[in-house]
Write a protein that binds this ligand. Structure first.
Ligand code: PSU
Ligand code: MN
Length: 311
């Protein structure tokens, strides 16, 4: 998937560029979770640990962000720290990318924007915490994350702990179905719900090994189906939260958001921060744990996919 000539705004590090040129496994990582998803300093620590987990499992990490008018594919430690500390970092989704590059903004890329950048760079596998989706009440507000439509139009496999529990999971699955996105329970029959392993929604598909996922990616894309895949990996049992505790925190956060009239791109960061406040950081620990586990699974899938492509 390497590209003969890259656009000037796409800036892979030499390490990432070399891994791609050699056909070695690379895992893309998003950065809105750093700029808007977690508080300092947990955000910086987690970003470093996620990269370390990808390396431990034999792949090269490529954290993607926009800095100095370029899409950075792989960050050095100083860039990562600046992004994590960064006051005024933008949250960049598909609609924002062109303007951000032209204006020289700094920003974290959402799942949607990271998928675009990964695909342009030639990276097939991407690890995140949880994707965006249909917000509760979305049938009235039409607040549906651009992540869902991106999955329907950009061929990258996204490893996530299901859909964020702050969302309307059944409606999120409906939109993914309409977009033609395979939602794959990874070793599970139920779509996981981010902080917990169970949502009550059956996983539309199930696969159990990295090789099976790699084979599905290959078959889907060689058929010309240029859609993403959502690999739903449940949070490790030991890190999962009691359902009632997280549900109560979410309900309260939703009421707060409503009372303050929070809308648009501010909804998800607001809800995540409120849930962390209300659970005394237990949800933050769970969030960190599930991101690390997704990085492990993504590295294994990227390795299996690279081996497949080398055949
Ligand atoms: N998962 C997390 N924390 C986050 C996000 C996902 O554990 O902060 C971010 C992702 O970048 C995702 C975005 O793409 O939230 C969704 O935002 P919205 O609902 O505005 O589309
Ligand atoms: Mn939204």
């Amino acid at each position: 998937m390497t590209r003969a000539s890259s656009p000037p705004w796409l800036a892979p590090t030499p390490e990432v560029g070399q891994a791609l040129a050699d056909g070695r496994p690379v895992v893309a990582l998003e950065s809105t979770i750093i700029t808007h998803g977690m508080p300092w300093p947990t955000n910086a620590e987690t970003a470093r640990r996620v990269e370390a987990v990808v390396r431990e499992h034999g792949a090269t990490p490529a954290t993607i962000a926009v800095m100095d008018g370029r899409i950075r594919v792989g960050l050095d430690d100083a860039q990562l720290e600046a992004l994590a500390r960064g006051e005024g970092a933008h949250k960049l989704s598909r609609r924002d990318l062109g303007t951000a590059l032209a204006q020289g903004w700094r920003g974290g890329t959402t799942v949607a924007a990271t998928m675009i950048c990964a695909e342009r760079a030639g990276i097939a596998v991407f690890a995140t915490g949880g994707i965006g989706g249909v917000h509760r009440g979305g049938e009235h507000s039409l607040d549906v994350s651009a992540d869902l439509h991106e999955l329907g139009r950009t061929p990258v496999a996204v490893v996530s702990a299901g859909c964020k529990a702050i969302l309307d999971i059944p409606r999120t699955l409906e939109v993914l179905e309409t977009q033609g996105v395979p939602v794959i329970g990874y070793g599970c029959d139920e779509v996981p719900a981010f902080y917990t392993r169970h949502s009550g929604c059956a996983a539309p598909l199930r696969l159990d090994t990295p090789a099976q996922v790699a084979a599905a990616m290959h078959a889907q894309w060689s058929l010309g189906l240029r859609t993403g895949l959502l690999v739903a990996n449940p949070i490790p049992e030991a890190d999962a939260m009691p359902r009632e505790e997280i549900e109560a925190a979410i309900e309260a956060a939703l009421a707060d958001a409503d009372a303050r009239g929070i809308t648009g791109k501010d909804v998800t960061p607001f809800l995540l921060a409120r849930v962390v406040e209300r659970t005394g950081e237990r949800s933050l620990r769970a969030n960190v744990a599930l991101v690390l586990d997704n990085a492990r699974v993504a590295a294994a899938i990227a390795t299996a996919y690279a081996e497949r492509q080398a055949k």
